[in-house]
Design a protein around this ligand. Structure first.
Ligand code: C2O
Length: 656
């Protein structure tokens, strides 16, 4: 048994938690020749393959590294050929800068979608080169080997308590249970007394199970810890498995809750039992308030967690943009900001599957390629705002409110799909066929697929209907006046906004710094950069199946790197160079946010790397600047982690 200490974020204070490792096992070296061979060719900096190379090398190291790991022995050779022949074919037809851009894009995004692979493939066909079929490139994430629980990333080689029981080793395939009654997940602020009694009783019984039962509350919490804390390596790979910050976020959590709920139902011997959802996105002003910590989690012993932030008890309203520091807003402003954040992250900023779900994560890829909109915020902000156990992914599953928080996140997946347009589930087979394992209500290890999670109907549950007024929320014009900023545009009431924006761009012709290809460290102060809008036509020909109208303009903030063990956050504004940490986000210039939740006991110095992608098509329209050739992007570090160093590699615009 080894003890470890870790940083948590209880009520904004760093707090030392200690935990006990019970599941240390050996780290087997499962490197394969492909990896070693290509590793020699493409690794540009020091560092080990599992934790990632140094930042200077991560641009190519991560991208080519992904390709490197994805291809197994037999595909190794063709991969090398492919990268070099692609270079040749592109170089023939393009100017050097264009070629460089394309090459980098292909390499960087080779793991990001089928579309990207088609880009690569079309380059190859153009040059008359033989194709490698998509099929041969299929590489969904596989369940880890539970017998190989790793020492997690903590100082001194100790590990948090989150290895799962590894018996039986062989998992049974999931079968839909068509005999289950349709369960209705209800809003947790609307539960009646009988339901609350039942709900509390279910957790009482779950907490009473022996710790080594995979259905026990502590083991259920460990499930979350294990898959956020890199307790396991990916199957046949030295890459750590991590289900946050990628397209696995939604489906993995859906399955986690599914089994958690079935176990609670089993405790009660009541197949109708369903987890309530914490309806924090609902800014209704009537009691009981949906957007405070629901009373049910305060008044019922088995549903309480005493580590939550004391200052965030009701009637304090949830801050969906929380970053470790009270925003100091009055309730009306808080509601408006919450609504605008919701509108941004689900409606205007998430018009395509990859913007919503996050970036592709395939077998052998380095973990955490980039989160989707809702995962960044509000999801992450609610963790931090609740505080205590919830404020750290390693401990979040120890608070019963976690499961209700995630039921709401899960509900939002359904709401998002109902908004129409391109808002549909991912069709990439590497997403649909990705597999996980969970213990079910009978303590049987079950193997599930992402593709089986896309319909809640088929899983026999649904959500109580509640209003989602943020869908139609319109942010306030900037002229409402915000201390420290000057109005540079208004909220798109056809207006002088376009003219203002154009003159702004002229004014700041020399403004900011061209960040592409360089590194920029944000620490404390805002950073502005002018970003060119590329020619849409190039992207249109690459995405023939998508109509002009549907092609979404995406702001890409590349190579975001933050310390894993610290809260950090920055907001993104368009054409608001004076934006600062006091700037309201309930304005049309607000484009999105990035928030990092610390990981339990991550060693200091471990960095999380990601790409941030934000849909901005609607925003530019709203700002009346659909026709400008460049925009100014301002990144504003905020909150408790304001001074935490955040590195970014570049900012560019793409269409997807
Ligand atoms: Cu697995 Cu809300 O995090």
């Amino acid at each position: 048994m080894a003890s470890c200490s870790s940083i948590s974020s209880v009520d904004l204070q760093a707090q030392v938690l200690s935990c006990v490792d019970r599941g240390i096992s050996s780290t087997s070296n499962r490197g394969h020749s492909c990896q070693l061979f290509l590793g020699k060719m493409y690794r540009f900096g020091p560092g080990n393959p599992s934790s990632g190379v140094s930042f200077l090398s991560s641009f190519q190291g991560a991208s080519l590294g992904n390709a490197r790991h994805r291809h197994r022995k037999h595909q190794c050779k063709s991969k090398v050929l492919k990268l070099s022949s692609q270079k040749a074919s592109l170089k023939d037809n393009k100017s050097e800068p264009e070629f460089e851009q394309q090459r980098t894009e292909s390499a960087l995004d080779i793991n990001s979608s089928i579309d990207r692979r088609q880009l690569l493939i079309s380059s190859l066909t153009a040059a008359g080169l033989p194709l490698i079929s998509n099929q041969s490139m299929a590489s969904p994430i596989q369940p880890p080997d539970l017998t190989q629980c790793q020492k997690a990333d903590v100082p001194g080689g100790s590990s948090p308590k989150c290895c799962l029981p590894s018996d039986p080793v062989k998992a049974t395939d999931f079968q839909f249970d068509t005999s289950l009654p349709m369960r209705v997940r209800m809003a947790s602020h609307l539960l009646d007394a009988a339901y609350i009694t039942k709900y509390n009783r279910a957790y009482e019984l779950m907490r009473a199970l022996p710790d080594d039962d995979p259905r026990s509350f502590s083991q259920q919490a460990s499930v979350h810890c294990a898959f956020c804390q890199s307790a396991y390596l990916q199957k046949n790979s030295n890459e750590k498995l991590q289900i946050h910050f990628s397209w696995l976020f939604y489906p993995w959590h859906r399955w986690y809750l599914y089994f958690h709920e079935r176990i609670l139902a089993k405790m009660l011997n009541d197949d109708t039992f369903a987890l309530p959802f914490w309806n924090w996105d609902n800014q209704a002003i009537f009691s009981p308030l949906p957007n405070v910590i629901p009373a049910v989690f305060i008044e019922n012993p088995a549903l309480v967690d005493n580590t939550r932030a004391p200052s965030h008890q009701p009637p304090t309203l949830v801050d969906l943009t929380y970053s470790g520091k009270p925003g100091g807003l009055d309730p009306e402003q808080q509601r408006a900001e919450n609504n605008n954040l919701m509108h941004q992250e689900l409606v205007s900023g998430a018009k395509t599957p990859s913007l919503f779900f996050g970036q592709a994560y395939r077998a052998g890829d380095a973990n955490a390629p980039g989160p989707g909109s809702v995962e960044r915020a509000p999801h992450t902000a609610v963790h931090l705002w609740t505080g205590g156990d919830m404020g750290n992914f390693g401990t979040a599953g120890r608070d019963p409110i976690f499961y209700s928080h995630h039921a709401n996140v899960d509900r939002l997946w359904n709401v998002w799909k109902s908004l129409g347009g391109r808002r549909k589930d991912i069709t990439d087979p590497d997403w649909l066929n990705a597999e996980f394992v969970f213990y079910d209500e009978n303590a049987t290890l079950i193997k599930v697929k992402v593709g089986d999670a896309v319909s809640t109907e088929k899983l026999r549950y649904t959500y109580q209907n509640v209003p989602n007024p943020w869908i139609t929320h319109i942010s306030s014009p900037l002229s409402i006046s915000i201390a420290g900023t000057k109005p540079v545009s208004s909220n798109g009431v056809a207006s002088p906004a376009a003219a203002e924006a154009t003159s702004l761009l002229e004014e700041i012709e020399e403004f900011g710094e061209e960040v592409e290809g360089k590194f920029k460290q944000l620490a404390g102060s805002a950073f502005q950069s002018k970003v060119k809008r590329p020619v849409k036509d190039l992207f249109r020909t690459l995405k023939k199946q998508i109509t002009d109208e549907e092609l979404e303009e995406v702001l890409v903030i590349q190579g975001v790197e933050v310390p894993s063990d610290k809260i950090s956050k920055f907001d993104v504004f368009i054409n608001l160079p004076d934006a600062n940490d006091k700037t309201s986000i309930n304005i049309p210039e607000f484009a999105g946010t990035f928030v990092n939740v610390p990981h339990l006991g991550m060693a200091p110095g471990m960095n999380r790397k990601a790409t941030l992608r934000i849909g901005i098509g609607d925003k530019l329209e709203q700002l009346g600047i659909k026709d400008v050739s460049s925009i100014v992007v301002t990144l504003v570090p905020k909150g408790q982690g304001k001074d935490v160093p955040i590195v970014i590699k570049g900012i560019k615009i793409e269409y997807e």
